[in-house]
Design a protein around this ligand. Structure first.
Ligand code: KG4
Length: 340
């Protein structure tokens, strides 16, 4: 009998539902929340309200596009955390009600684990290019920057992580200082393509092991900008593309330096990248360059699976379903948790 999983994702500001049948993606629907743009960041209360409005139509649409009736579902997989509590509660409560009404199991998914397993989403008629275990995954998003050793779908070890800001958070904050829109990541990416990455130098952290730090870079960017703007009020406007390219290069260099060290030390040459910042073209190019130079076998997700999506939750649910790894209905959401 087929295994059909409905995935639900509502950890931040995207309401998403996806259907996976026997490991193949049938549909993926994402409702993004434009309401936060005016505030330059996600407003938690507005996010949970928007999830409330979106969740039913998004699930309905995902089932419709998949051509699957809700009675055919084998289980509901949902993001339990980490994320914004009010946002998570919408998806968690929906999953509980839905599974109880249909009499099918619930599967809790760690959002970070979902990002890593996005590499196993396969689409109809597509030649799969998936990592084999063990592999190293650089997980870079608005809330996380981690180097993870992945030994199995349910066995992951964090080798290093940021001790302060995440890479995406640093990009978003620097972009805000430049007076650009939110989220800053895609805007910086676009501007960086036209700029000179060697135009400006910003400070890089000196910390041991595989850990990251981005708060010093953020401060260095802010202080340098203040000085330059004092001398020339039009400085940002005149140097927008060079600033973006130099900032991007600094962040990509920081990320790749530690990743290169982890790959060398573990001897694992299958290397993946995941999370919202993996959409960045500078980072993608650095991965390709490392593949050429160091013989890495690299795995870069499709753009649609970089930022938050329910397809990654559904594929994780599909793996867990096969192990009958279900959860009880009284399970609470969690806002903070690390990868297991
Ligand atoms: O994974 P994600 O959607 O949400 C979290 O779980 O955090 O990541 C969002 C982050 C934001 O900081 C956003 O600016 C960044 O990913 N991002 C990018 C790009 N697209 C999204 N950063 C750099 N370049 C991009 N093209």
């Amino acid at each position: 009998m087929s295994i059909i999983i409905l995935g639900i994702e509502s950890s931040c500001d995207d309401t998403s539902a996806a259907v996976i049948k026997d490991g193949v993606l049938l549909s993926s629907v994402i409702a993004s929340q434009a309401v936060h743009e005016a505030y330059g960041g996600v407003v938690p209360e507005l996010a949970s309200r928007a999830h409330q409005q979106n969740i039913v139509p998004v699930v309905h649409e995902a089932l419709k596009r998949a051509g699957v009736a809700k009675e055919e579902l084998s289980a509901v997989a949902f993001t339990r955390g980490p994320g914004l509590m009010g946002s998570l509660l919408v998806g968690v409560s929906f999953a509980k009600g839905f599974s109880r009404a249909l009499g099918i199991p619930m599967i809790e998914v760690n959002h970070l684990q979902g990002h890593v397993l996005a590499h196993f989403i396969s689409e109809e008629g597509e030649e799969p290019h998936q990592p084999s275990f063990p592999f190293i995954c650089l997980l870079v998003s608005g809330g996380n920057s981690q180097i993870i050793r992945v030994d199995a779908y349910n066995k992951m070890e964090v080798l290093g992580q940021t001790i302060d800001d995440a890479a995406g958070e640093a990009i978003d904050k620097c972009s805000k200082v430049m007076g650009l829109g939110y989220p800053g990541g895609p805007i910086i990416d676009r501007l960086a393509r036209q700029g000179n990455p060697e135009a400006f130098t910003f400070s890089k952290p000196h910390i041991g092991g595989y850990d990251y730090s981005f708060s010093g870079l953020k401060t260095s960017f802010l202080y340098s900008l203040r000085e330059w703007v004092k001398e020339d009020p039009e400085f940002i406007e005149h140097h927008k593309t060079d600033l973006a390219a130099s900032l991007e290069k600094t962040i990509v260099d920081i990320l790749m330096d530690k990743l290169r060290k982890a790959v060398k030390d573990t001897g694992i040459k299958e290397v993946a990248v995941a999370g919202g910042v993996s959409a960045n073209n500078g980072l993608r190019n650095a991965f390709r360059e490392h593949a050429r130079k160091y013989g890495w076998d690299i795995f870069i997700p499709k753009f649609g699976y970089t930022t938050d999506n329910a397809a990654m939750i559904a594929i994780t649910g599909y793996f867990k379903y096969q192990d009958k790894d279900f959860c009880p209905i009284d399970l609470p959401a969690y806002s903070r948790v690390t990868i297991k």
